[in-house]
Design a protein around this ligand. Sequence first.
Ligand SMILES: Nc1ncnc2c1ncn2[C@@H]1O[C@H](COP(=O)(O)OP(=O)(O)OP(=O)(O)O)[C@@H](O)[C@H]1O
Length: 261
Amino acid sequence: MQHVKADEGMIPPAALDVSRVSHAYGPKQVLSDVSFMVPQGRFSVLLGLNGAGKTTLFSLICHLYDSRHGAIRIFGHDVVRQSGHALRRLGIVFQARTLDLDLSVYHNLAYHASLHGIGRGEARQRIGLLLQQVGMEDRLHAKVRALSGGQMRRVEIVRALLHRPPLLLLDEATVGLDIRSRADILATIRRLVAEERISVLWATHLIDEVDVSDRVVLLHKGRVLADGRVSDVVSASGTEDIGQAFGVLTQSGAQAEEVLR
Ligand SMILES: Nc1ncnc2c1ncn2[C@@H]1O[C@H](COP(=O)(O)OP(=O)(O)OP(=O)(O)O)[C@@H](O)[C@H]1O
């Protein structure tokens, strides 16, 4: 699979370019030579079982840890050497909830906006607009503690988008939500991609969150087994759908890597 580099002439850089990244916690190797790209303005899925290494990868992308092996670029900016340029283009929703339950929706968001140097007037406007986009404009002054799990996730999505990042990463954003809330959150993000042209990497272990028109990166035990359009991954694995492809690839490991990369 060909990976286009950011500095190749007229070709626009990928929103996210992960190149040959490895990571170990002490002696435990959790990512091995991981490479893939997230194209601009598209919804891409990072699909992997629990423990595949998705959260570790996200931690490296947002520079919580140094990636000592390999390189990560956001719109062509290296997250280690040009972290300011790279990280201001990135919004992230972590798996664990991180809102202050005792503050209102507005105060949680306004606090975050001020950390990004967004003035009070602009922050108020932006918060209003984004809450409207996620269908929560009527909850501006509600205490976060009073919100449902799905509503809290929406507030976290708004918070991640306040500084207008062109790339949004979401780590198991629907975990712990009921079926209806899961579908609503996913639809909201897909609409943002279609209407605002933001680039999204959606990490999940749930196959039913993958659409046939998506791009998918299949991560298993710290290795990328497949990377490309869902239809290509499915046909290259000789199966009928991404669920079957996932099953085949995760059972046949290295052999599958030969077929699909
Ligand atoms: N701080 C840490 N120290 C040691 N091992 C860790 C640490 N964080 C994660 N791991 C291990 O690294 C592997 C990958 O974990 P990671 O959380 O990145 O996977 P994941 O795909 O996000 O799974 P999940 O959805 O369950 O969080 C797992 O075996 C996990 O136990």
